[in-house]
Write a new protein. Structure first.
Length: 114
């Protein structure tokens, strides 16, 4: 079964931290670059972090220095450590392949507010 399941979101104050997790089916995960995407209300979905199967990472300028992505190839898991969160980080966060996007999971809501 092809699937993506994101978790770990929540409500956090500005400056706080959260770690998101993504469980992917092997057919999606294995050997593929994975990405974290987010969609804020009224905005298009954007790619904020990527990680290749070998562990090379890339980040959007808006999150560089604050977000860190990692993966566990044995567990088909991808993670997004988010530090120094800002209100503009509020969005639903999704994971997916970077190339050949698969069906989207339900995402996990991140709300940054005081």
């Amino acid at each position: 079964q092809v699937m993506l399941v994101e978790s770990g979101g929540g409500l956090v104050q500005p400056g706080g931290s959260l770690t998101l997790s993504c469980a992917a089916s092997g057919s999606i995960f294995r050997g593929n670059a994975m990405g974290w995407y987010r969609q804020a209300p009224g905005k298009q979905r954007e790619l904020v972090a990527t990680i290749t199967s070998g562990g090379n990472t890339g980040y959007a300028e808006s999150v560089k220095g604050r977000f860190t992505t990692s993966r566990d190839n044995a567990k088909n898991m991808v993670y997004l450590q988010m530090n120094n969160l800002k209100p503009e980080d509020t969005a639903v966060y999704y994971c997916n392949r970077v190339v050949r996007i698969s069906a989207w999971g339900q995402g996990t809501q991140v709300t940054v507010s005081s």
